[in-house]
Design a protein around this ligand. Structure first.
Ligand code: LMR
Length: 396
């Protein structure tokens, strides 16, 4: 049975975790996987999560199956967080949400759901996009094509080319957009650019799928959801995949959500029944623990405020790291302009160096990043930034 198989390379992002862990160098630097780290290089459990977990442990009274939708309370609260409590689509009962195993689970459910809606739909993703998007949609039998997005030379958006490409997309296709903190480039659409993308979406009639894995990491909860909320006001159908991995620091608990927007409540109900069927055929029902923590936090005003404060600390620290790296590069005599890093948003930016230079940083300096030169900004700290900047200066 297995004799035909050929070994596949390790995942371009997750594979770095093992390489980093096995590196014996004391001064090694991990800029690989997108996880938040504190100044000590540790990924802490948020205090609000600790409190919520204690409360849940004290009150939880069953481990019986939760069902394919997951927790109804979580679904409502996470929908309100994404869309806002007074969103017209919410008030018109056009949105249905399920809990999923992480944002990746939400995307995989969305992929199978799209396949059932339109078996020949093409999904258009930004060039570049998160490395796992392509594999994930292709695994569901969907053709993936790209639209221009990031200009590696000017370190800015190829916005006109993006609009040009989107204005050719068929109404039967799907366009994947990053809500905020574009992974891997850190280049987000401005609100004016969102408005233009939304205008083309309604004109062409294709379905937007918005991936929101970093709500709150860019500028704030509401600011980061601008595109999601505006788009949902304008279109007939939409899919939103969101994640609680980063903003609640619940990475290994695997909690995310998939929301679908119907033309009206009746259509949303029909689509929802298909979504649940898809879930049943993949993993039957989601894990419950992460959702329980999130709903405990979001349903308690004090805990919610504590979470927003902790989220702001993470966001500000990442933004501070951006400027700190740029300053240190200048201090270390780097003449190349890296100021773009300070202006980008979220967990990632491209350094813009060659794969050979990325390999040299890894082999000679124990500095780990994705081959594309995507760096996880959260991995920079006051302790390692000097070494990092010196090493970059050396390989340049
Ligand atoms: C990343 O892009 O590093 C994160 O989203 C983690 C992952 O699963 O790839």
């Amino acid at each position: 049975m297995f004799e035909q198989l050929k070994a596949l390379p390790s995942d371009p992002i997750l594979g770095l975790l093992t390489q980093y862990r096995n590196d014996p160098q004391a001064n090694k630097v991990d800029l690989g996987v997108g996880v938040y780290k504190d100044p000590q290089g540790h990924t802490p459990i948020l205090d609000c999560v600790k409190i919520a977990e204690q409360q849940r442990t004290a009150t939880e009274d069953t481990k019986v199956y939760i069902g394919p939708t997951g927790s109804a309370q979580f679904n409502q609260l996470i929908t309100e967080l994404a869309f806002g409590t007074q969103h017209s689509a919410l008030l018109a009962n056009r949105i249905r949400t399920i809990s999923t195993p992480g944002g990746t689970g939400a995307l995989r459910v969305a992929a199978d759901f799209i396949k059932r809606c339109k078996p020949n739909a093409v999904i258009w993703v930004s060039d570049p996009t998160w490395a796992n998007h392509t594999g994930l949609f292709e695994a569901a039998g969907i053709t993936v094509k790209t639209y221009p997005y990031y200009d590696y030379d000017t370190k800015s958006l190829k916005f006109e080319q993006m609009l040009q490409a989107l204005s050719q997309v068929s109404k039967d296709d799907v366009v994947l957009l990053h809500a905020c903190c574009h992974n891997p480039s850190g280049m987000d659409l401005t609100t004016e650019q969102w408005d233009q993308v939304i205008a083309i979406t309604t004109k062409q009639g294709f379905t937007p799928l918005i991936d929101m894995a970093y709500q709150g990491f860019g500028q704030g909860i509401d600011e980061d959801a601008y595109g999601v909320r505006k788009m949902a006001e304008a279109v007939e159908n939409m899919i939103l995949c969101s994640s609680c991995s980063k903003n609640f620091g619940l990475y290994r608990e695997r909690i995310g959500a998939c929301s679908i927007l119907g033309l009206n409540a009746a259509q949303a109900d029909i689509a929802f029944s298909v979504l649940l069927y898809v879930v049943r055929c993949i993993y039957s029902m989601p894990p419950a623990h992460g959702a329980a923590i999130v709903e405990t936090i979001l349903s308690d005003q004090k805990l919610k405020q504590q979470w927003l404060d902790e989220l702001a600390i993470m966001r500000n620290r990442i933004n501070g790291n951006r400027q700190m790296l740029v300053n240190k590069l200048i201090e270390n005599g780097v003449e190349q302009d890296f100021s773009f890093i300070a202006n980008q948003k979220g967990m990632f930016s491209f350094l813009g160096i060659s794969p050979e230079q990325v390999a040299a940083l890894k082999q000679q300096h124990s500095i780990y990043m994705v081959d594309s030169s995507r760096i996880s900004i959260a991995g920079i700290s006051e302790t390692n930034v000097d070494y990092l900047a010196k090493s970059i200066a050396t390989i340049l």
